[in-house]
Design a binder for this molecule. Structure first.
Ligand code: HEC
Ligand code: HEC
Ligand code: HEC
Ligand code: HEC
Ligand code: HEC
Ligand code: HEC
Length: 236
């Protein structure tokens, strides 16, 4: 990067010298110098680009240019314009289109660079605060720290099939309403098996059918959490 810039500067100086030698007016060469100065300034990309939505993600210019050695033109304006937020403004700046080779996926395809459909945490961030589900029933706790840290589970283990990497997986669920205990049990088993129970099956992790209160902290637990001030806004 530094070397390239030096080369440009030297080339620029040589070019201006040549222009002068050719007897072209002082004003014109100053204009040229001004333009090339602007160009050099504009050439400085931001070290990092961070998108906040729909899912916080980071892109590191310094890494791609200095460490990997990519040229600006490998991305600009073939894949991205030089305007933060431009890609987000387009409807298809998402994981599906990366999988089809667009945007980041032009390189992050498992060949030129690691596949974007794998190491989620290279670009995304796990929430640091405890998630407390409040729908359909109040006060089910989930902590990334335990799962990603202590249990060393990769993001994609959960976020590819079981959960999308978003809020509100359960928001559309209505509390089960049936007088039949049998029907209710069957419904609950299905619900738990489909989500947390994919691991909490008494083999890979403690079973959902045995230790309800490890996840369901109840109204009392919820109030306690609130008092401690540790509860993020209701997670609906
Ligand atoms: C690996 C791809 C890649 C490479 C290589 C790359 N960029 Fe970028 N650049 C991006 C992305 C992604 C954005 C954000 C675009 C968006 O949000 O739509 C961006 C944004 C920018 C912006 C906009 C900053 C702003 O504040 O709006 C500038 C300027 C820029 N790049 C300059 C450069 C320059 C100069 C180089 C070469 C030294 C370079 N980029 C190399 C991917 C790249
Ligand atoms: C022109 C090709 C190209 C594009 C486009 C590109 N990358 Fe990369 N990226 C690379 C290469 C090559 C590497 C280094 C090899 C590897 O890590 O697999 C890399 C590495 C990375 C890393 C690993 C950095 C580290 O610290 O280990 C991250 C994170 C990353 N890219 C994010 C992105 C994001 C986000 C986008 C889209 C906004 C993007 N890249 C677009 C080529 C590209
Ligand atoms: C190479 C970087 C990179 C990797 C790896 C990556 N993502 Fe993304 N992801 C992005 C970028 C960039 C966006 C678009 C901007 C944003 O949402 O902040 C995005 C958007 C998303 C979105 C919202 C848009 C959509 O597609 O629905 C979800 C959900 C998502 N990623 C999930 C994942 C999951 C799950 C993984 C791992 C299997 C993953 N991502 C791996 C860069 C990456
Ligand atoms: C054991 C399963 C599991 C693992 C592993 C996991 N997550 Fe999650 N993640 C969840 C659940 C459950 C939610 C909450 C979904 C909801 O709100 O409906 C979630 C939500 C999220 C959200 C959205 C949070 C919000 O409030 O907007 C992000 C971002 C996220 N996870 C990123 C990650 C990243 C990055 C990793 C890897 C470092 C990771 N997750 C690993 C289960 C997991
Ligand atoms: C591994 C964590 C976990 C365990 C253990 C667990 N649950 Fe759940 N349960 C959840 C999650 C997540 C939801 C959905 C989010 C919510 O309701 O807040 C849920 C929802 C429910 C619901 C509401 C379903 C509806 O649609 O009305 C009931 C009732 C329920 N669980 C009962 C139980 C009972 C009884 C046990 C013990 C036999 C149990 N759960 C064990 C995580 C767990
Ligand atoms: C990909 C597998 C996986 C999924 C999916 C998963 N967990 Fe876990 N969970 C684990 C493992 C492994 C542990 C640590 C070992 C153990 O406690 O049995 C753990 C531990 C926990 C603990 C901590 C128990 C303690 O001792 O403090 C809670 C609470 C918990 N999970 C809740 C949930 C909830 C709620 C969900 C669904 C929203 C969920 N988990 C989804 C694998 C998973």
């Amino acid at each position: 990067m530094k070397v390239t810039k030096m080369v440009f500067l030297v080339l620029g100086m040589v070019a201006s010298a040549a222009l002068l030698a050719n007897g072209i007016g002082q004003a014109k060469s100053e204009q040229a110098a001004e333009a090339s100065r602007k160009c050099v300034i504009r050439k400085q990309p931001p070290k990092e680009v961070i998108w906040d939505k729909p899912n916080k993600a980071v892109f590191n210019h310094a890494y791609h240019v200095d460490e990997v050695g990519l040229e600006c033109t490998d991305c600009h304006n073939r894949l991205f314009t030089k305007k933060i937020g431009a890609a987000l403004g387009r409807k298809d700046f998402n994981m599906d289109s990366f999988a089809k080779g667009k945007y980041c996926g032009a390189c992050h395809n498992g060949e030129e660079a690691f596949n974007a459909q794998t190491e989620c945490d290279a670009c995304h961030f796990a929430p640091k605060t405890r998630i407390v589900f409040t729908k359909p029933v109040k006060a089910v706790v989930f902590e990334h720290k335990i799962h990603v840290g202590k249990a060393k589970i990769k993001c994609e283990t959960c976020h590819k099939k079981v959960f999308i990497m978003r809020k509100a997986v359960f928001a559309h669920l209505k509390p089960v309403e049936t007088g039949s205990i049998e029907l209710k049990d069957r419904y609950l088993e299905k619900l738990h098996k489909r989500f947390c129970g994919t691991c909490h099956d008494s083999h890979r992790a403690f079973g959902f059918a045995t230790r309800c209160t490890v996840c369901h902290i109840g109204v009392k637990g919820y109030t306690l959490l609130n008092k401690e001030g540790k509860l993020p806004e209701d997670h609906q």
